[in-house]
Design a protein around this ligand. Structure first.
Ligand code: MN
Length: 226
């Protein structure tokens, strides 16, 4: 696990993403950080990252995590990211690798459910607990055959049945940043990015200002009715 591929893909003179320092190895069996970043790049996707051995193991999840145990979400493993990436929320300039808007959609800590994480990763069956602001309880990443390549293996991200399982779509129910409370369009606006493209990743993206006005109208009507 090194950051060579991560660094090779990026020009740090042009992107605000962190270059990554050498960091202390994480002791196995203790909890590490996890982060889910919502990324409006060429296509909208969610990047699911688990701290392990001093880096963030990373998977691109096109549809984002689902808290419904009957739903399996494709997760393509991508290059390890530096730990500092967990706090990155902002705009990667157009034309750079992964150009687009990035939001910290969820963050917290994770614990493996079996002590030997390296063995679980090698086997392609990693069970873990998430202690996030949005995602909680027991999950599994299972490697699959069929899709992917040598460098991008495909996995499935699945929620286990427990008290945190829910049938509704959490990406729609809780669309805002876990760090700043902003929607994707607001992150794009503040960072000088493509606001329209980012807005299309927010629920009811294009209709958002109208929806807001509507809510205000409703609140006003409610007050008036009192
Ligand atoms: Mn990404």
């Amino acid at each position: 696990m090194t950051l060579n591929e991560y660094r090779k893909k990026r020009r740090f003179s042009a992107t605000p993403e962190p270059q990554g320092k050498k960091s202390a190895l994480h002791k196995s069996g203790t909890s590490g950080i996890f982060v889910v970043q919502k990324h409006a790049a060429t296509r909208l996707h969610y990047d699911f990252r688990l701290e392990w051995n001093g880096v963030l193991l990373s998977w691109a999840v096109p549809k984002g995590p689902s808290t419904d145990p009957s739903v399996k979400r494709l997760a393509m493993q991508v290059e390890d990211h530096p730990l500092e990436y967990a706090n990155f929320e902002g705009v990667i300039p157009a034309g750079e690798y992964g150009g687009g808007t990035v939001m910290v959609w969820d963050t917290g800590t994770w614990d493996p459910e079996s002590p030997d994480v390296n063995a679980a990763l090698k086997k392609g069956d990693l069970k873990f607990q998430l202690h996030g602001k949005k995602l909680r309880g027991s999950w599994v990443l299972v490697r699959t055959r069929g899709f992917g390549s040598a460098t991008r293996t495909s996995w499935l991200l699945i929620k286990h049945r427990d008290q945190y399982a829910r049938a509704d779509d959490i990406t729609v129910a809780k669309p805002a940043s876990a760090l700043s409370g902003r929607l994707l369009a607001e992150v794009a606006r503040d960072g000088g990015g493509d606001v329209a493209k980012a807005a299309s990743g927010d629920p009811n993206g294009a209709a958002k200002p109208a929806a807001r006005a509507n809510r205000t109208k409703k609140a006003r009507a409610k007050r008036a009715a009192r």
